[in-house]
Write a protein that binds this ligand. Structure first.
Ligand code: PLP
Length: 374
């Protein structure tokens, strides 16, 4: 049975070149990067070359890239340290953020009594930029935390617009770029964002590794204490193979970006038109443009029928997600969809289908066949 993987917003497969590079490091580079003798220095040079390559692609400086275990950790660290160490008194975020941001922000409200404000969400799933500007009008030391691409519906933030607004109002800006890094160009000289985060498993790299970009003038303090690795910001012996694998995946993602993006855009269009054929009154959740690798479809059917369909899809080797990946299995309505769908639509089942360069028209046809058979 052909496995059809259509959940690339949850995680992605490893590129063969990444696996090869990681195996090479695992078998040949066992040194501790902190050791001063040759095998240690060799491991250190791999780490630093990886940092340089990632920084160059983002038009950042190497010293602004900190390796960390994942997107969740990076988001938590930045939000916590901004409040604790940069005298932030207010966080402005949205209710559509990933829980790694939402729960971290709520925790800061509990622990440090920071003010927590939510920017309004428009019916098309975008943030209300006017409301954000209005909130920023209050002269309180503020951290704005808004995601670049929403992991459930693909709504894309105007990163430059928000970064400029934050700069104008002297607010710090943290952007959860987990879904966009490796999939779209980000020029950090051009965009005055203070912090961004990435997770390698979202761009065909290994799990358990990511990075944070911390703009030079923002001096964060560590969340965990120990060694001097990552300038003391993220203590613990570096996983050299993970770092090298991430840098390789990142490099390939950008080398092939134009060609792969074009392919994925075409697949998305194909999938949407096929869904429209099966369900003439189908609706797509989120705004019309949405990010190019995600389709979130509102299925015009009952909950029971949808549960049966998800079971069928799984039986036929098709991986798709109901709502957010992190929520799969949960029966609660998605906290993202709850923000902009009306009560009636919220009760209907929604499916998230997300693509990669490996997705083919045949994969979509298999999905559509199963949907039609239920
Ligand atoms: N932020 C967003 C937008 C995500 O989609 C995810 C993962 O689904 C995360 C953060 C968490 O990243 P990680 O899996 O690396 O902890």
């Amino acid at each position: 049975m052909k496995q059809v993987y259509l959940d690339n917003a949850a995680t992605t497969s490893l590129r063969p070149e990444v696996i090869a590079e990681m195996i090479k490091v695992l078998s040949e580079e066992y040194g501790n990067p902190s050791s001063t003798y040759a095998v240690g220095r060799s491991a250190r040079s791999l780490i630093e070359a990886s940092r340089k390559s990632i920084a160059k692609q983002l038009n950042a400086s190497s010293s602004e890239i900190i390796f960390i275990s994942c997107g969740t950790e990076a988001n938590n660290w930045i939000i916590r340290s901004a409040v604790r160490d940069l005298q932030i008194k207010r966080i402005i975020t949205s209710k559509m953020e990933h829980h790694a941001v939402l729960y971290a922000a709520k925790q800061m409200q509990k622990e440090y009594d920071v003010e927590l404000e939510f920017v309004n969400i428009l019916p098309n799933s975008e943030i209300d930029y006017g409301h954000l500007e209005q909130l920023l009008g209050d002269e309180v030391p503020t951290l704005v935390s808004l995601m670049h691409v929403n992991n459930e519906v693909g709504t894309e933030l105007d990163l430059k617009r928000v970064a400029d607004l934050c700069q104008k109002h002297q607010a710090l800006f943290h952007c959860d770029t987990v879904q966009s890094v490796g999939k779209t160009e980000i020029d950090l000289k051009e965009i005055p964002v203070d912090f961004i985060v990435a997770s390698a498993h979202k761009f065909h790299g290994p799990k358990g590794i990511g990075f944070a970009f911390i703009r030079k003038n923002n001096v964060l303090k560590p969340m965990i204490f120990g060694g001097e690795q990552e300038k003391g910001m993220r203590a613990g012996t570096e996983a050299v193979h993970q770092v090298v694998g991430m840098a390789k995946a990142f490099e390939i993602s950008y080398d092939k970006l134009d060609e792969e993006r074009e392919h994925i855009q075409e697949i998305k269009k194909y999938c949407q038109s096929k869904l429209q054929e099966v369900y003439p009154d189908v609706k797509f959740n989120g705004n019309q443009t949405g990010f190019y690798n995600i389709v979130n479809v509102l299925l015009p059917m009952s909950e029971e029928k949808a549960s049966m369909m998800l079971f069928q899809l799984d039986m036929k080797g098709i991986a798709v997600s109901r709502g957010s990946a992190c929520q799969s299995g949960s029966q609660k309505p998605s906290h993202v969809l709850s923000e902009f769908l009306n009560e009636t639509d919220l009760k209907k089942p929604s499916l998230r289908v997300s693509f990669s360069h490996e997705t083919t028209r045949e994969d979509i046809d298999i999905l559509i066949d199963v949907l039609q058979s239920v």
